[in-house]
Design a protein around this ligand. Sequence first.
Ligand SMILES: [Mn+2]
Length: 328
Amino acid sequence: MRKEFDACLALFEHKQRFVLSTHVNPDPDAIGSEIALASFLKSRGKDVAVLNHSATPANCLFLDPERSIAQFSAEQHADLISTAEVIVVLDANQLDRLQSLHPFVLKSAAIKICIDHHLERQPFADLYIVDEEAAATGEILFNLFLHCDPKSVTKEIATALYAAIMTDSGSFRFPKTDAALHRVVADLIERGADPAQIYYETYEQGSAKRLQLLGHVLSTLKIDHEGRVASVYASRAMFAKTGTTEEDTENFVTYTLTIAGVQVGLMFTELAEGVKISFRSRGEIAVNKLAQDFGGNGHKNAAGARTNTQQLDGIISRVVERAKAYLV
Ligand SMILES: [Mn+2]
């Protein structure tokens, strides 16, 4: 990684105009990584625009008190992308994950850097800083910043990176949580990240309607294949009834894995354009392969797919049936 870090830092040093972006429906790893890198670049006098397809979710707004992240609009921002010298794609390794920015980034002559920890990357970048073993994109950035200058990790950056790592590691319980990751977060705390405050901002500022939606979703629980597959779904009727949106379902799928004996957990979310599928698994079960069977992608134990089917029941039975092939 040292060689890639040096190449990346050389671009950071020698170029002036940067655009940062991340995937649709960004999570705290996506937003925290953007805020941390933007802060790092701005402290070096660079022009930085952070442009996302989606609005920043409510539980990430505390990371961007100045509201420096813009929701992309072609009229306002196409020029920034076409005139950028460097475009950094964070926490995503496929350009179509940028959705509305995708064609503009593809067209831009800017040097493209991909900083990410997902599997199955697609070729679009000039430089890849990809570590599939990293628990979060924020962990990769921390190592990049330390490699450049340990003093560069300010309290603001430490807070953003802590939020990134805390959330992508499932609050330090997913398999990639190891001693090295705890040393990284210990370092971030010493640099000013406040664990209790960051947890509170991220997970304890929810709405009553989100909890009502969770109630509806959990009541759909279905167990298949001798207790080894658990699935739930969120229908458009549930969103309408509770006044919620797709964004409110974040992390609901993790409840499926709290059941003894469950190896694969699934959540199906009915959207206007189709059905989104979230996959979770334990241990050696590579649920990203199952996701690939339905056009998706992700990590071994956490993956996702988006289908354009309008048949919620049909896709649920197809995925549950297909999951059987991956059980142990
Ligand atoms: Mn991530």
